[in-house]
Structures are given as structure tokens and as C-alpha cells.
Design a protein around this ligand. Structure first.
Ligand SMILES: [Zn+2]
Length: 185
């Protein structure tokens, strides 16, 4: 539900709005700039998100420099990160499977603009299919200099190998892996 602050804005409704829009000189109707109202507000919503069985196992193992997936008993695929059920077979996964921290780059994108909560650009994010896994793990691809938009993509060719670069201090979070570094660069 969106609530509108009661104060300071009531007077902006009705005829007052028209006055604001046309304040100043006599500008011809078609040249008038459209003015939109703004309502300042603040959301403060503390919450706790339960990671569940699969993600709890995944993050706990990351702390030990291990990457685990879950196996589907029907199609036998190893899902990384692990899921509680196979989205193809609709059956619960059964076994934990440790996979390597090396794999193949499936896809990537390089970002050159700043987004809130993300690192200072340029940086790359990609999907890496780790050895022993059947799905791609989405995370940063790094360890290569970026900044040339016409050349950067050549530094992490799709199909090439990459290896996890681990943080020395790990806390059981995805950030325990700094990035996947293309091998041979
Ligand atoms: Zn399956």
C-alpha cells in the first residue's frame, strides 16, 4: 500500500497545482513544461529471510572453500547452487554433491555504468558451469583489466575456463568467492 504524506501536499492538489504549473510568464500552452508532483517518503522494513535447507548448506560449505550442489534423483542433474527440488522433474533433490571450483564460462555481460549496491564499473557478471555441475552459477568474473568496451569481451571468451578466487576471510556468503577468474589470463 502506498500512502501519501498528509502534510505539505494537500495544498498542492486542485487549483493550486495549476498555479504551480503555469507560474511565471505567459508561456503558450503547447510550450509549457509538464510538472509532476513529488511525494517524499521513507520505507524502513527490517526483515529476516530464511535461507532454507539448500541455501543454508551451500553458504555453510562456502565458508570451508567448498561448493556443493544438489542432485535430482530422476534426471540425475547436479544443480549448483543447490535447489530443494528439481525444476524440471518436480521432485525433491536427494544428495549433496561437491563440485570443483573450476568450470566453463557459459555467458557473461560487462557493465560500464554504476548501479546502486553494485561495484564501481567496469565489472563483469557471468554464468559459470563448474566441473561436476549441470547448471550455471551466476557471479562476478574478474581478475582481468577492463575499461576498453571494444576489446574487453575477448578477455573472457564463452567456453573458456575459469577458476574461483576465494576470499581469505569467509563468512558463509556468496562474497566468499571474490570472482571467477578466466584461466590463462
Ligand atoms: Zn530432475
Amino acid at each position: 500500500m502506498i500512502t501519501r504524506p498528509e502534510s505539505n501536499n494537500q495544498e498542492m492538489l486542485g487549483e493550486e497545482v495549476k498555479e504551480v504549473m503555469s507560474s511565471g510568464s505567459k508561456v503558450p500552452e503547447k510550450e509549457k513544461k509538464e510538472v509532476f508532483l513529488e511525494f517524499p517518503g521513507r520505507w524502513n522494513i527490517p526483515y529476516v529471510h530464511s535461507a532454507g535447507k539448500a541455501a543454508t548448506k551451500f553458504f555453510t560449505e562456502l565458508k570451508e572453500k567448498k561448493i556443493v550442489g544438489s542432485r535430482c534423483p530422476k534426471c540425475n542433474r547436479v544443480l549448483v547452487p543447490p535447489r530443494n527440488f528439481c525444476e524440471r522433474c518436480f521432485v525433491p533433490t536427494t544428495d549433496w554433491v561437491e563440485v570443483k571450483d573450476t568450470g566453463v564460462i557459459l555467458t557473461f555481460t560487462i557493465c560500464y555504468v554504476q548501479f546502486t549496491g553494485l561495484p564501481k564499473p567496469p565489472y563483469a557478471i557471468g554464468g559459470v558451469k563448474l566441473d561436476g555441475a549441470d547448471t550455471g552459477l551466476l557471479w562476478f568474473i574478474g581478475g582481468v583489466p577492463l575499461g576498453n568496451q571494444k576489446e574487453d569481451y575477448k578477455k573472457m571468451p564463452i567456453g573458456s575456463r575459469a577458476k574461483a578466487v576465494w576470499n581469505e576471510e569467509r563468512k558463509g556468503a556468496m562474497s566468499d568467492i571474490k570472482y571467477f577468474k578466466p584461466m590463462g589470463t
